[in-house]
Design a protein around this ligand. Structure first.
Ligand code: AMP
Ligand code: MG
Length: 413
């Protein structure tokens, strides 16, 4: 840890959000490639350049339903008349040649027949028996899509590091690539700690509360593209905690995310177990909610120990877990939540010098988005997250913000 940091009385350094992020991210790199189907590649990051082996489209073809003709036959007469030699649907090849004075009925997408260079739309023709009259003479080459006009053979069409969207999936199909290489999804072990935790389906018990964090953190892992491994919550006992962490290693987690047990209470054992079993740094991150946090490695696997309060655990995951997952997925940008600027609906005052993340709703107004607090901002008030569209970021040195002030708002999808 840098010795320029301020230290609290209990000797743990106080880090800014950016310092903590930078330290954490230095542990992560894009994971190795795996082959997935074109459709499964959606949202993933390409681990290879993709080249076109052939022209797309592979042949000149008609862009309209009409008549394939020789442009030179349309010169001279005001309303040229041509003899219809047949009909060509998409998917077939005309075996012959369109000769002088001839026209071939052709459907959109059908390959241009030899001899013809122009297509006259049906709308510009009139048919009488075996003959078609051209009512409006188009330019040479009209309504013909040329071979390779979308993609030329040999061209690099998709680039390593690119995020696959539906259009890239379509391009893979166009290239005839059923499989493509993308960065593997990180496996993220999610472990909640606390004697008080009750599983989602257990009957209520005196003194107990439901385990929220396993679910919200696992959902966040899924949301940012990772693969959560849900571990059974650990009571506040060193041996059980150590056993759960070993399980995470057996499951080959790329990242372990714990919640709870990292503050200064009598039963905050995560710190203790981690420092005896692995290497760990403890910090106070200068933010609210969420402050005590630990990061380190256990059996070579990075471990992020989030605070226990459900809102603090979620916000800390967004700030420190999400970027790690996104980096492992191969993303080179967009590690953090997307942000917009909004105006505050009400004045905000506060006394400390921490960075605050306030839960806000966003309302679109003619003057741009307006952010309004979602009520009680306590770090155990999950409702404040449920109602929120975003997290308004109040910088460390801002003590008074009048209504209408511009603030950055991180968007919760
Ligand atoms: P701790 O940091 O372990 O002292 O936890 C801080 C607060 O968060 C306590 O009130 C805990 O009961 C609560 N808490 C910790 N973990 C969870 C969890 N997984 N689900 C819901 N509340 C939790
Ligand atoms: Mg606890």
């Amino acid at each position: 840890m840098m010795n320029t940091n301020i230290h609290t009385a209990d000797k743990y350094p106080i880090l800014s959000v950016e310092q903590a992020q930078a330290h954490i991210l230095s542990y992560f790199h894009p994971l190795e490639a795996e082959e997935v189907s074109a459709l499964e590649a959606l949202g993933r990051v390409l681990a290879e350049d993709v080249y076109a082996e052939a022209d797309i489209p592979p042949h000149d073809n008609s862009a309209m339903d009409g008549y394939a003709v020789r442009y030179q036959d349309l010169q001279g007469a005001a309303r040229p008349r041509l003899r219809i030699i047949g009909e060509l649907p998409a998917g077939r090849v005309w075996p012959g040649t369109v000769g002088p004075g001839e026209a071939l009925r052709i459907m959109t997408g059908a390959p241009m027949p030899a001899g013809a260079d122009t297509v006259v739309r049906f709308e510009d023709t009139r048919v009488e028996g075996e003959e078609v009259t051209i009512l409006a003479v188009p330019k040479r080459g009209s309504n013909v899509r040329l071979a390779g006009e979308d993609v030329r053979a040999g061209k690099r069409v998709l680039r390593q590091g690119q995020v696959v969207r539906p259009q890239e999936v379509g391009m893979l199909a166009s290239l005839g690539r059923p499989k493509v290489r993308v960065h593997r999804k990180p496996r993220v072990a999610v472990l909640a700690t606390g004697d008080e935790l009750l599983s989602i389906d257990a009957p209520p018990e005196p003194g107990k509360i439901r385990n929220i964090n396993s679910y919200s953190n696992a959902a966040q892992v899924l949301e940012c593209g990772g693969e959560p491994l849900l571990l059974e919550a650990a009571p506040d006992r060193e041996d059980t905690l150590a056993q759960r962490l070993r399980r995470a290693l057996e499951l080959k987690a790329d990242l372990i995310v714990t919640s709870g047990g990292v503050s200064v209470g009598d039963f905050d054992l995560v710190k203790k177990v981690l420092s005896s079993e692995g290497h760990i740094d403890f910090w106070w991150v200068n933010m609210k909610p969420g402050r005590p946090m630990a990061f380190g490695t256990l059996g070579g696997v990075p471990l992020l120990a989030l605070p226990g309060n459900p809102v603090a655990a979620m916000i800390s995951f967004y700030l420190f877990g999400r970027p790690a997952v996104r980096k492992m997925l191969g993303h080179t940008e967009g590690w953090n939540l997307p942000a917009i600027t909004a105006r505050l609906a009400e004045a905000i005052t506060r006394k400390d010098n921490r960075r605050h993340y306030l839960r806000v709703t966003l309302e679109q107004t003619p003057d741009g988005p307006v952010a309004r607090l979602t009520g009680d901002q306590g770090s155990g008030i999950l409702t404040s997250m449920v109602e929120a569209d975003g997290l308004a970021v109040i910088p460390e040195d801002c003590h008074e913000l009048p209504a209408g002030s511009a603030v950055q708002v991180l968007l919760l999808s």
